[in-house]
Design a protein around this ligand. Structure first.
Ligand code: UDX
Length: 438
């Protein structure tokens, strides 16, 4: 058992804190946001994440998990995870490191020699080296490791307890050996389960995260580029993805064409990566990511164009229902959500848009109060001239085209996620259109 603090209790930190307590460690979650601290301490979650509330409550019940806004709590622990956000800077591609720097500055005076700071936030390569120097300047003998996090929202608990791999970025020499020993103890359970471990230096660990996200973004934009060619040639991108996906070297996962990627990670991480490569004089190496970003953003424009086309040339005054607001299913996260972006564009272009989502309505309402919100797909679609499926929640995938057709004014469905069966919807009298399909 190790005594841990987890600094920053957002999607990443809160889940990490609860899961580490579940693994038997004694954990204090630290966050500057007092209402959030109170909510978490009472066993309630500030965001929707399947399975998280159960782990949170059981960890609190075990007496091994608590939350505070007082950084002095770090004095009672030996390992300190930094899980604060690194959003995109305003008007720039680069990551904003203000929260990371503030967290480390607040933590450093509470460290003891031999105490270990573990960075989990996604940061530009070179940050760990700089932070290690800053920490030892305040507390000589304190250690730093970089241990990037790969969790997916919606699967955060599973990804934390059973990760695909663990990566340790360590300093050289005896400090590195000491840090490794401490991390091995923290992750004893997943390591015993056989989770692969890669032990490396700071820069490589930082780059693993940036390149993994770039690869995933590239895979999605690749298939969306194929969708553009399919649209131009009358081919079917879903069948194409199935066919190339059978090649084990390519693989079918993350090859779903549609509205493209969004969320709090992929878009800002590829931009921050480009910005950092520029600073390092390696901008040519990542020039392709600019294209990945453009392909991705073009899908949103194409979706609105398709809506206009299906409505006979104009969406002005049309009643349009949007199913899905979260950036992906099983999440209430609307950060850079393609679905919300498309809904807002159509509203700004004169359509009367009614939106719904099983979990993200509250967040979307705060961001776009001008949209009209409905509790269910049926309510959103009542009297609609057009329905758009933009986040592929299971309840939308399993809609019955015949029954659903009764509430709408016009049976027109745009499937932004290639989540529905075209034949079934057409057979029920719907005009069905999707991205990348005839
Ligand atoms: C991502 C990475 O997967 C994770 O490893 C990293 O730590 C953080 O960023 P997340 O943001 O939770 O995780 O979402 P992810 O499941 O990767 O999906 C990202 C976006 O891509 C979503 O908007 C999703 O709808 C879209 N997507 C995904 C596609 O458009 N097509 C696909 O085939 C897969």
């Amino acid at each position: 058992m190790t005594k841990l603090t987890v600094i920053g209790c957002g999607y990443l930190g809160a889940v990490h804190a609860a899961c580490m307590a579940q693994l038997g460690h004694e954990v204090v979650g630290v966050d500057v946001d007092e209402p959030k601290v109170e909510l978490l301490a009472s066993g309630r979650t500030p965001f929707f994440e399947p399975g998280f509330e159960e782990v949170l409550q059981s960890a609190i019940g075990s007496g091994r998990l608590s939350f505070t806004s007082d950084m002095a709590a770090a004095r009672g622990a030996t390992v300190h995870f930094v899980c604060v956000g690194t959003p995109q800077k305003r008007n720039e591609y680069a990551a904003d490191l203000a929260y990371v720097d503030a967290a480390v500055a607040a933590l450093a005076p509470h460290l003891a020699p031999g105490g270990l700071v573990v960075g989990k936030s996604t940061v530009p390569v070179g940050t760990a080296r700089r932070l290690a120097d800053a920490i030892t300047e305040v507390t000589p003998g304190a250690l730093l490791a970089w241990n990037p996090e790969f969790l997916r929202e919606g699967l955060a608990v599973q990804d934390t307890l059973h990760p695909d791999r663990l990566v340790y970025g360590l300093p050289a020499g005896a400090d590195g050996e000491q840090a490794r020993k401490m991390l091995d103890e923290v992750y004893a359970t997943p390591l015993a389960d056989g989770v692969p471990l890669v032990v490396t230096d700071y820069a490589t660990a930082e780059l693993v995260k940036a390149s993994a996200n770039s690869f995933l973004a590239t895979k999605i934009s690749f298939i969306n580029a194929m969708a553009e060619v399919c649209e131009a040639s009358g081919a079917d991108v879903v069948q194409l993805a199935d066919a190339i996906g059978h090649d084990g070297r390519i693989g079918r996962r993350f090859l779903n064409a549609g509205l493209g990627f969004g969320g709090g990670c992929l878009p800002k991480d590829i931009r921050a990566f480009m910005a950092r490569a520029g600073e390092l004089g390696a901008d040519q190496a990542l020039a392709f990511l600019r294209e990945i970003d453009s392909i991705n953003m073009r899908r949103r424009v194409r979706m609105v164009d398709l809506a206009r086309e299906v409505c006979g040339g104009s969406i002005v005054g049309r009643r349009i229902a949007v199913l899905g607001l979260a950036f992906k299913p099983n999440s209430d996260d609307i950060r850079d959500s393609p679905a919300l972006n498309v809904a807002a564009q159509m509203q700004l272009q004169g359509a009367s848009v009614v939106v719904t989502d099983p979990q993200a309505v509250e967040n979307a309402q705060r961001k776009w109060p001008d949209l009209r919100f409905a509790a269910t797909a049926e309510e959103a679609a009542t009297g609609a001239d057009l329905v758009l499926l933009l986040t592929e929640w299971d309840q939308y995938r399993s809609l019955d085209p015949a029954a659903f057709g009764v509430v709408v004014a016009q049976r027109r469905m745009l499937d932004g996620r290639n989540a529905l069966d075209p034949a079934a919807w057409r057979a029920a009298g719907w005009t069905y259109r999707a991205l990348g399909r005839p």
